[in-house]
Design a protein around this ligand. Structure first.
Ligand code: SAM
Length: 203
């Protein structure tokens, strides 16, 4: 049977109608087939302004899945965006959900290309949305040269767990800069900056 939710989103993607996707499908019962968190326009403005204030000029999303969130953020904010996924076999097989941006694939140990992108990430914001792999999270941060990370995930009491969680779950190397709830969903967008980074004091 045709999957009408997915087909509708694919059509809206083709016509670049990201507003309809976030307005009409953020609470669709099948939404998690494509994405865990559908931000509001207010959330997208918050992200755009915060990252611009922090002098970021691009976003690298780790564990981007279908890339739907990344495509929406790119359209709404104008930031160039790349998405990295680990499971190349799954995402390229015929049963996988559609993808909305070209995905970059890495091995779990991080291959040379991925390391190079992370090491050249001085003005990059590193995004983790519903990421759930602590050792990999630490590996990415160990190599990342930039000063801004964004963690999107569930707040307390939702019954859903991610690793990292959005609050109080990163090392002291990172300081919470700003956060915003995604609508009234109990999902949160948390922006962290590298601790003791003098450049940040200019804000
Ligand atoms: C719960 S899904 C979230 C997907 C997407 N960000 C979203 O919000 O819908 C977590 C994703 O992280 C990916 N992942 C897990 N370990 C990874 C790693 N070491 N590098 C990149 N992606 C990884 C998984 O393949 C999976 O697609």
């Amino acid at each position: 049977m045709e999957d009408s939710f997915i087909n509708t989103v694919v059509k809206l993607h083709k016509t670049k109608n990201w507003r309809d996707i976030i307005q009409n499908y953020h609470d669709h019962p099948e939404r998690n087939k494509l994405l865990w968190v559908y931000p509001s326009e207010e959330n997208l403005d918050f992200l755009k302004k915060s990252l611009a204030d922090l002098k970021c000029d691009n976003i690298l999303s780790i564990g981007c899945g279908s890339g739907l969130l990344e495509w929406i953020i790119g359209e709404a904010t104008g930031f160039p965006l790349k998405g990295i996924e680990v499971d190349g076999v799954w995402w390229q097989c015929k049963y996988a959900p559609p993808t909305f941006i070209p995905l970059l694939f890495t091995s779990p140990e991080l291959d040379k290309d991925t390391i190079s992108i992370l090491q050249n990430g001085g003005t990059t914001a590193l995004l983790f949305c519903y990421f759930n792999n602590r050792p990999a999270f630490e590996n990415y941060l160990n190599v990342f040269s930039g000063n801004v990370i964004v963690i999107i995930g569930p707040g307390e009491g939702t019954g859903v767990h991610t690793d990292p969680l959005p609050f109080d779950d990163v090392s002291n190397d990172w300081t919470l800069y700003k956060w915003q709830e995604v609508r009234s969903s109990k999902d949160f967008i948390c922006i962290y900056i590298r601790s003791n980074n003098n450049a940040r004091n200019e804000m």
